[in-house]
Design a protein around this ligand. Structure first.
Ligand code: ZN
Length: 92
């Protein structure tokens, strides 16, 4: 497998991704340990620049999205968790 992609993340992000791919690897190996079929996760590592960029973007923005999920900004379009639960329980 010759990579056709460029890693745009940090070295630690690379280690984490390789570890996750190894954990979920579904490659098939022959009796001598030679890879006879490459799984989609390993193919992504060497072929899919868009997926790699998307994973880096999602990883970096995930914490911010989680923190914003329950943030109260006083805007009419937002609702507090307490008000949300009250609305859900009253609808049931
Ligand atoms: Zn694999």
């Amino acid at each position: 497998m010759t990579p056709n992609v460029t890693w745009n993340g940090t070295q630690q992000e690379s280690f984490d991704l390789v570890s996750a791919v190894a954990h979920n690897c579904a490659c098939e190996f022959g009796l001598m340990g030679v890879r006879v079929a490459t799984c989609t996760a390993h193919q992504m590592l060497v072929e899919d620049q868009r997926a790699l960029n998307g994973l880096i973007f999602a990883r970096r923005i995930a914490k911010r999205l989680q923190s914003e999920e329950w943030e109260q900004v006083g805007d009419a379009s937002t609702i507090s968790m307490r008000d949300f639960r009250a609305a859900v329980s009253s609808a049931a």
